[in-house]
Write a protein that binds this ligand. Sequence first.
Ligand code: SF4
Length: 352
Amino acid sequence: MSFSNDLLTWYDKNARQLPWRSFPSPYRVWVSEIMLQQTRVETVLPYFERFLVRFPDLESLASASQEEVLRVWEGLGYYSRARNLHKAARVILLEHEGRIPSTAPELERLPGIGHYTAAAIASIAFGEPVEAVDGNVKRIYSRILALQEALGSTRFEKTIEDYAQSVLPPDRPGDFNQALMDLGSSVCLPRQPLCLACPVRDHCLAFKQGVQNDLPLRVKKAPIPHYDVCVSIIQVDGKVLLSQREQSGMLAGLWEFPGGKCEQRDKSLEDCLKREVLEKTGLEVSTGEKIGIFEHAYTHFKITVHAWYAQPFSPVPIKLPEHLRWVSCLELPILPMGKVARLISNQIYDIP
Ligand code: SF4
């Protein structure tokens, strides 16, 4: 039997039961594929259910505010996905009469949909015969071929692309792409692949040569940088000061406690806090009780966040710039925040 036949036979018996597979409408497939970018299925499941309850269709998503969408997305991370999903819903409503485009090239023109996601949606929701090749699929194919080229090199990418095209069955492209996703997450694992349980073992050169644990070949990565960040919980008249991040870049549009990254010129963490708060809000503060230390890892760097209560000793201006807002305890849960800001927010029980 061919590689694709063996894989599909296995998939027919072992496919994971997932909510977007039970009712694979284009809208549900699209939302699931955006959520699955850089995120494991197990993590996505509760967010998918919650999102679909609040935004059951394209119209409800397009008519929501960005803040609402971010709030429902909160905790899933990579917030540009939520903003782009929201933008794309509006584009589809205005420019495609509310119908999600059915081909990969059209899908790729929408905000937040790259080459892989377009192929996944087009093949799963519309049966277009296009191969969806992400990091998991590259790992599988590099092992099948026992590819001795470094991941990311031109020759590696070209070989994988050619192979992916050659094995895609035109009659079941969506199932085939999903079968590869399942194989990558449950059998052909990054470390210690479960070769003895693998449905395509007979096609796998790496297994035959005993080199599956060494593939794909990787060039050594530079160490991930780490930053200390200091933030302040400034309370006045029962309200706490929040700052909204810019509308582009990391965590765009989310709310956080004023502060920022330590610099070499800061003699201590407290100095960093005072300087950052002054630069970001115009307020001079003294530090009070420390709330805690929070560690968080993003894709390209890690942070340690130090959080203090802080008291302004310069007069607080009545009119604040647009990115600053005094917020009551009741409003805190409503505003969208990143993971660390939410952890800190959950610890503020006691606003006088
Ligand atoms: S035999 Fe092993 S290395 Fe080869 S595809 Fe299967 S799980 Fe991956």
